[in-house]
Ligand binder design. Sequence first.
Ligand code: OAD
Length: 268
Amino acid sequence: MDASHRAVELLRRAERVVVFTGAGVSAESGINTFRDADGLWRHFSPEVFAEWSGLMEVATNEPHRAAQFVLALVEPILMAGPNAAHRAIAALERHAQVTVVTQNIDGLHEAAGSSAVRNVHGTLYETALLDGQFHGRIEREELGAMAAVLRPLAEGPATFESLLAALAPLMGVDERGLYRPRIVMFGDMLAEPDWTLAKQAAQACDLMLSVGTSGEVYPAAMLPAMARDAGAPVIGIDPDHIDCDIWLGGKAGEILPGLLAAAFGQQS
Ligand code: OAD
């Protein structure tokens, strides 16, 4: 049996599926990944921009560059909607119990209708206090307004003060203390309770789909091994060959709808 047929059989039989996703699942929505040719980390070095301390240093010394980074992160997300891969993952709930574990902060699985989404790297649509406690929800419109204020700063000149004022929806100080985006940067603990729930789901699933993730960032990248240790095979869906039991090479927005249609008939 070839890889596609084995994947179809596994999907038909599965009762508890974990769909583990990374930036690749949103690539066809127009959001660049991190490590592909035009990825975010190709334009902004992760050694600096993926850590709060590095980001604060840039904000202080080169505020226009910090504004460029925030825009590069936020604007594609604001313009994006769910694609065929997000919709197929949501449709899978008609056939099995599904937990989506995503490293993405774009909210597109929820927008597509998935009901159990664990955002292990947080979400752009919430702020947190310094101890990680939930602070508040941010609406898309607020982020859009913020982007409009940031754009001239990104083109310069910009000051640290003007940058902080522009970023007020995402970070600042209020009566409850310092707040910041509820997203996980390098060196942070993963978002809770999502991470604990994600590990539980991986240990209890009978099939994992790993979609659009290079598997380079730990501890999230442990999840496929956890599923495998618990006896669940891992189907990898990615144009690049990733570590998995069955690899379906290609774009998630093309492979996933085809896989569901082959397993369960045409999905609306
Ligand atoms: P990466 O950029 O590391 O990997 C993206 C993966 O998506 C690659 O394996 C691509 O081959 C694949 N890909 C590209 N287009 C695709 C498509 N149309 N369909 C399916 N797959 C496609 O992104 P992540 O693995 O998500 O964390 O990165 C993990 C973490 O690294 C991120 O959450 C972020 C980043 O640093 C933090 O910053 C904490």
